[in-house]
Design a protein around this ligand. Structure first.
Ligand SMILES: Cc1ncc(COP(=O)(O)O)c(C=O)c1O
Length: 394
């Protein structure tokens, strides 16, 4: 063979022998074939599981999907290129043969509100908002708007309301709606919404599951019955997770339960410390007995696992004072994400909820003195020391 041909073929396409790699490798191939065309034909026909084209399937991504489905206690999972991609896919599949109307929790991640109002509404899906923590008003909104789908966050971003998923699911059943739960903040360690009767659970892999601030991804965990719709839309629209990202997410998830337990314990300490600090106007933490959803948290969350997010307001601070305070942090990372091993602080009016009208933000309770802390796995004393020195001069 000539060098041109050798360069293309040598070393590649080995038939797998009997060795087993201890972790799933990164399969970066964009397509796959079998010894016989008949096998590939059966894979295309969905008669047997297998690989054909990377927009349809990928062994690394499939391994991650299996891992997350098992953690979440679901039958089947499908990954997407981001948490928002997963949420979009979940809503499209859930709405496929249902009334094009959604009732959403009213305090949600900013991009989720925009997905509903700026993407789905113009495409003919009516979006309505109601407070799931006010069950009677929520049920009235569901009765009025007859949604095909209800979407809520199990712990909301950034107000940290704990959604009474059990009552939301009962309401949905009574009115024939499906329930999509964004459980990014709660994670499978705190809550398994499918076991409570939810239909589709969405996670941003970017956050606690990935956990190291090095990957963007999303995943939907659900029952087998939603597989055809989800696969069909994902394969057509193509917002799939690549194998490099799937590998990183899978690697991160191996230590997820250890990290999350530590982060939750650290958050309990940080929240109690903040609550008694004279510069703090109010602290929001689901483990706090005075949290408005303390009873829901006791009912739905395991003792001591209240999540690792703590929101707080700094007395009398506006944007300028908040920026000064954040600039003083020496260890806490002022970056736009959450759930990483390192503690992070975010100013929602500047980032996650920036595109909402100021009035809308105020209505959600996100004031100009509001900060959201994602507590990491560091020694809790070091997190508190950094908060102390930064707040000291606030
Ligand atoms: C609750 C929640 N859901 C979904 C997302 C979107 O995740 P991604 O950035 O992976 O698209 C975020 C991002 O911050 C989030 O906080």
């Amino acid at each position: 063979m000539k060098p041109d041909t050798i360069a293309v073929h040598a070393g590649d396409r080995k038939r797998t022998g009997s060795f087993v790699p201890v972790t799933t490798p990164i399969y970066s191939a964009s397509s796959f074939f079998y010894n016989e065309m008949e096998t590939l034909d059966r894979v295309f026909a969905n008669e047997i599981p297998g690989q054909n084209y990377a927009r349809y399937n990928n062994p690394t991504t499939n391994a991650l999907e299996e891992q997350v489905a098992a953690l979440e206690g679901g039958e089947w999972a499908i990954a997407a290129s981001s948490g928002m991609g997963a949420l979009h896919l979940a809503l499209l599949a859930a709405l496929a043969d249902r009334r094009k109307s959604v009732v959403s929790g009213q305090v949600m991640y900013g991009a989720t509100i925009r997905l509903l109002m700026d993407v789905l509404e113009p495409a003919g899906v009516a979006a309505h908002f109601a407070d799931p923590n006010a069950p009677a008003a929520f049920e009235a909104a569901v009765a009025e708007h007859k949604p095909g789908v209800i979407v809520v966050e199990s712990i909301t971003n950034p107000m940290l309301r704990v959604t009474p998923l059990d009552t939301v699911i009962e309401t949905a059943r009574r009115h024939g709606a499906l329930v999509v739960v964004d459980s990014t903040f709660a994670t499978p360690l705190l809550l398994q919404p499918l076991k409570l009767g939810a239909d589709l659970v969405v996670h941003s892999l970017t956050k606690y599951l990935g956990g190291h601030g090095d990957v963007l991804g999303g995943v939907i965990v659900t029952r087998e019955e939603f597989r055809p719709a989800l696969q069909s839309i994902s394969r057509t629209v193509g917002g799939v997770l690549g194998p490099f990202e799937a590998y990183l997410a899978m690697r991160g998830i191996k230590t997820f339960p250890l990290r999350m337990a530590r982060q939750c314990a650290n958050a309990c300490r940080v929240a109690s410390w903040l609550a008694q600090h004279p510069r703090i106007e109010r602290t929001i933490f689901p483990g706090d007995p005075s949290h408005p959803d303390a009873a829901v948290a006791r009912r739905l969350l395991p003792q001591g696992l209240y999540g690792a997010m703590v929101s707080f307001e700094v007395k009398g601070a506006g944007k300028e004072e908040i920026f000064e305070l954040v600039n003083r942090f020496r260890m806490i990372v002022p970056a736009t994400s959450l759930g990483d091993v390192h503690t992070m602080v975010l100013y929602p009016p500047m980032s996650s909820h920036r595109d909402l009208a100021p009035k809308h933000r105020q209505r959600l309770g996100i004031s100009d003195s509001f900060l959201r802390l994602s507590v990491g796995i560091e020694a809790p004393e070091d997190i508190i020391d950094d908060l102390d020195q930064a707040l000291g001069r606030a």
